[in-house]
Ligand binder design. Structure first.
Ligand code: SF4
Length: 249
């Protein structure tokens, strides 16, 4: 069972120091358990495109709040039409909209993709930059996208990419006590050993899509159940369910 350090009065805040051994057990168990499960869309694209930073960057921009199958199909259509920042900057926003529909917020994302490609051409010589500061200067690129590009394409071991799955599961595990993914990223740097940082996204996103689902987590089938205090999850006669207190974030 994870040892969760609690602040005086019982409240947990920020990083909760889950214990190195507990984190290691969870990460090793997940490394085995995700073998054979469907990989997240951006990882698939990264693997099939030799970790091309441009395709990882654009696919991650498209992936926000969108089902993986939709992201994969939209990215494939877009890259079939334009594979480089120069070629994609030549497309109109309307053309990009048509190619990426039906990803969520496709109009906003099309504007960001076009502006991002234009900036890559104008200010970075058509090359995706490799620092957090430069990446987050690109239109529509936040820390989540920048972290994933740094991990997948530039092989950084100093970054954690936090999306909704990583945020939800690390709170359920008691590794952090946070309200927002941005807080979770910083809390995870404090709560976990650096050797796990680059793997946290792949392991927790895959687990979140298959087992630790937002509303109905499959705790009864979960290989890390013994190390999980299941914060925000309640057991009902019908099975496990996220509590109203935010466990389905
Ligand atoms: S499925 Fe249940 S036991 Fe497994 S990580 Fe999620 S909350 Fe914990």
């Amino acid at each position: 069972m994870a040892v969760v350090a609690r602040r005086p009065g019982g409240a947990r805040r920020g990083a909760t120091r889950p214990g190195e051994a507990a984190v290691a057990r969870v990460m090793r168990a997940l490394a085995k358990a995700i073998t054979g499960l469907e990989m997240p869309a951006v990882e698939k694209i990264s693997e099939s495109q030799a970790e091309d930073p441009f395709q990882v960057l654009i696919a991650t921009l498209l992936s926000a709040r969108t089902q993986d199958a939709t992201t994969l199909a939209a990215s494939t259509r877009l890259f079939a039409r334009a594979k480089t920042p120069h070629a994609m900057a030549e497309l109109s926003v309307k053309e990009i909209e048509k190619l990426i529909y039906p990803v969520s917020f496709y109009r906003n994302k099309a504007r960001h993709v076009q502006a991002c490609c234009q900036m890559l051409v104008d200010e970075f010589g058509g090359v995706v930059p490799s620092t957090m500061e430069e990446l987050t200067s690109l239109p529509g690129v936040g820390r989540k996208t920048a972290n994933l590009v740094l991990i997948l394409s530039f092989r950084s071991r100093d970054n954690i990419c936090v999306d909704t799955h990583v945020h939800r599961i690390s709170n359920r595990l008691g590794w952090v006590k946070t309200a927002l993914p941005e807080e979770t990223e910083q809390a995870l740097y404090a709560a976990t050993d650096r050797r796990w940082w680059a793997s946290i996204n792949l392991y927790l996103v895959t687990w979140g899509q298959n087992v630790c689902r937002p509303v109905y987590p499959r705790c009864g089938d979960c290989v890390i159940s013994a190390d999980c205090p299941k914060f925000g999850v309640v057991k009902r006669a019908s099975g496990f369910r996220a509590s109203a207190a935010g466990g389905n974030r």
